[in-house]
Design a binder for this molecule. Structure first.
Ligand SMILES: [Zn+2]
Ligand SMILES: [Zn+2]
Length: 269
């Protein structure tokens, strides 16, 4: 009985697997629910427009699959919005008009520089880059509210291995500032398990950061594999659920029409 809240399909520029193929795989795997979160990055920092899609075409396909697989799996229409200060208005409009169930708010770049391409980290030293990242995130979520949870919070470590050598204490005050805003707005964070599949060896964010969230009273957490294919749906979810239970969490969250739905961890293990 599992559900995955971070899954890409061919609606994303970096994925070629059709939505239906993923639904079929999810059913075969015994999943209870799947939430698609295709990329929407207006003015993508990599300079392409491959991370955009038509919300209406998307909803038509989700509706067709919901109908076709009605008794087999619950399907949710989500989106992964690439947050940048100058695209927030357009992103709000897209999320509101698109009638989504769920929206990840993710940063794939900062100050109009791309993480994947590395230019952001070479522009600053590692610690300064991390500081700029959380400052920009805070500035955005202080006004932007059309998201459900923040995606892959410590994403910089994926592209800048050096960041793992920097003590969390040197920037945890910035994370606290972000979390206080998230919690005050009844939003949440995701635990993105993609980091457990590769060299990183930890989820995004890692447990130390999740513990800060817990201490501040953060409740809303979703689980996402960040799958771009059928082989990694719900990957490593069990170990993350156990880790959450050990740290006193009783629930994780699903979403319906942008509203959080509490789900007991015990029922998932
Ligand atoms: Zn992302
Ligand atoms: Zn993603």
């Amino acid at each position: 009985m599992l559900f995955d809240y971070h899954v890409h399909t061919a609606f994303s520029g970096d994925c070629s697997v059709p939505m239906e193929e993923i639904v079929v795989a999810a059913i075969r795997q015994g999943m209870q629910e799947i939430c698609f979160t295709d990329h929407l990055d207006f003015d993508s920092t990599d300079g392409t427009d491959q991370f955009q899609f038509s919300a209406s075409d998307y909803q038509v396909e989700v509706a067709r699959l919901k109908d076709r697989y009605e008794n087999k799996i619950s399907i949710k229409a989500g989106v992964e919005v690439g947050l940048q200060p100058h695209v927030l208005e357009a992103s709000s409009k897209f999320v509101r008009q698109g009638a989504f169930d769920f929206a990840l708010g993710s940063m794939h770049g900062c100050e109009r520089m791309d993480f994947y391409l590395g230019d952001f980290f070479s522009a600053y030293g590692t610690l300064e880059a991390i500081e700029h990242y959380y400052e920009e995130m805070f500035q955005m979520i202080a006004t932007y509210k059309d998201y459900s949870v923040i995606g892959h919070l410590d994403i910089y470590k994926r592209y800048n291995p050096d960041s793992k050598r920097i003590s969390l204490q040197s920037y945890d005050h910035l994370i606290e500032k972000v979390f206080k805003q998230v919690i005050a707005d009844d939003k949440g964070i995701e635990i993105n398990t993609s980091g457990l599949r590769g060299d990183l060896g930890e989820a995004l964010p890692n447990w130390n950061i999740i513990e800060i969230y817990k201490e501040l009273g953060g409740k809303v957490i979703t689980l996402g594999s960040d799958s771009h294919g059928t082989g990694t749906l719900c990957a490593n979810f069990e170990e993350v659920l156990r880790g959450l239970a050990q740290r006193g969490y009783k629930n994780v969250y699903r979403f319906d029409k942008m509203q959080p739905v509490e789900t007991s961890i015990n029922s998932l293990l």
